[in-house]
Design a protein around this ligand. Structure first.
Ligand SMILES: [Zn+2]
Length: 303
C-alpha cells in the first residue's frame, strides 16, 4: 500500500513484477502524487501489467493561494479518476504545508478549508487518500545527546525550521480532516509518524473508522520494541496495512517479512536502516498477517 514510481523502464517494471511473483505480492500501490500529463505517463507505463499495480494521483494545487481555487482542481481529480487513478497520494505535510506535489502549497495544511472540496470528492469517487503528516518525533527535537534517533534525525532535521507546525499540531490537522470527511477513507502513512508513541495513532484509529495506517518505512523504529509493537498489531489488526516505501529490492521485502513474521532477535539490515540499534521480529500470527498483508488493503481498494 505504499510504493512509488521506482521503475523507469518497461524492463524495470517487468523485473519488479518478477520479484513480486517470487515473493507472493499480488499488487503494489504506486503513490505517484502527480496529476496532468505526468500522471498519465506513469499510468501508461504500469498499465502494461494489468492488475499488478494500483496507481494513485496527486492533487493539483495550482493557484491555491488565489481566490476561486477549487473547481479546476476537483475537475482534474475527476479526470485522473476516470483515466484510472484508484486513490490519491502520497500527500505530505511535515509542518510547512502540503508539499509532495508540483506546485507545492506552502502554508496550506490538510485541514485547510481549501482542501475540503477535494477531500469530499474523494469520498464520492471512492478514492482513498494516503497522507503523510509530520515525521518521526526526533526530527522536531533538539539535535543533542538526548535525541533518541539522532543518527537518522540529523539528516532529516526539522528542529531548525521556522514557520513550522509541531508534531502534535500536525496530528491535529490529520484528525480534523478525517473527522470532517467521514465518507472518505484515509490511510495515514508510516503509522502517522507515531512510532515514538504508538498509542497516539491507536487513539485516532479508535475514534475514526474511516482511518487506516500504513506501516511503511517505520520497521526499524518499531523493531526496537518488538513486544509493544506486536501488541499494537494485535489490537489494530483490522486497520493496519502493509507497505514498504523503500525501493523494490528483494532483500528489502525479505527484511520486512522477517520483522513482521519471525521472532528473530538482534539482527541488522543496513540497507533498510541506519539507526544504530538492532532489529527484532514481532512474530505476528497468521491471522494478523493475512489482514495486514492483504485483507485490509482489499477493503480499502474496493471502490
Ligand atoms: Zn512514500
Amino acid at each position: 500500500m505504499h510504493s512509488h514510481d521506482y521503475a523507469r523502464t518497461d524492463e524495470q517494471i517487468a523485473e519488479w513484477v518478477r520479484t513480486m511473483d517470487e515473493l507472493g505480492i499480488e499488487k503494489t500501490v504506486i503513490l505517484a502524487h502527480c496529476h496532468g500529463k505526468e500522471f498519465d505517463a506513469v499510468l501508461a507505463r504500469y498499465r502494461k501489467f494489468p492488475g499488478r499495480f494500483s496507481i494513485w494521483c496527486g492533487f493539483d494545487y495550482t493557484d491555491y493561494d488565489k481566490p476561486g481555487y477549487g473547481p479546476a482542481a476537483v475537475a482534474e481529480l475527476e479526470r485522473c479518476c476516470k483515466a484510472g487513478a484508484e486513490g490519491v497520494g502520497e500527500l505530505g505535510d511535515k509542518g510547512k504545508g502540503m508539499f509532495y506535489c508540483k506546485p507545492p502549497a506552502w502554508g496550506m495544511h490538510f485541514d485547510d478549508p481549501r482542501m475540503d472540496p477535494l477531500l469530499e470528492k474523494c469520498g464520492q469517487l471512492g478514492m482513498p487518500i494516503s497522507i503523510h503528516v509530520a515525521d518521526p518525533m526526533w526530527m522536531y527535537e533538539p539535535m543533542d545527546q538526548f535525541n533518541d534517533g539522532l543518527m537518522n534525525a540529523y539528516k532529516w532535521r526539522l528542529d531548525n525550521q521556522s514557520n513550522i507546525l509541531s508534531h502534535a499540531e500536525l496530528l491535529g490537522t490529520l484528525e480534523r480532516a478525517v473527522k470532517k470527511h467521514p465518507r472518505t477513507v484515509f490511510v495515514a502513512c508510516h503509522l502517522a509518524n507515531c512510532s515514538y508513541d504508538l498509542a497516539k495513532v491507536g487513539a485516532l484509529l479508535d475514534k475514526y473508522p474511516n482511518l487506516y495506517a500504513d506501516i511503511s518505512a517505520r520497521y526499524a523504529e518499531t523493531a526496537a520494541i518488538p513486544r509493544a509493537a506486536a501488541k499494537f498489531y494485535q489490537q489494530y489488526q483490522d486497520r493496519l496495512v502493509y507497505g514498504t516505501d523503500m525501493g523494490r529490492g528483494k532483500q528489502m521485502y525479505l527484511t520486512t517479512f522477517r520483522i513482521l513474521e519471525t521472532e528473530d532477535e538482534h539482527f541488522y539490515d543496513w540497507d533498510l536502516s541506519t539507526y544504530h540499534w538492532p532489529l527484532n521480529g514481532f512474530g505476528l500470527s497468521d491471522v494478523v498477517l493475512r489482514k495486514v498483508y492483504a485483507e485490509n488493503a482489499r477493503k480499502i481498494l474496493k471502490r
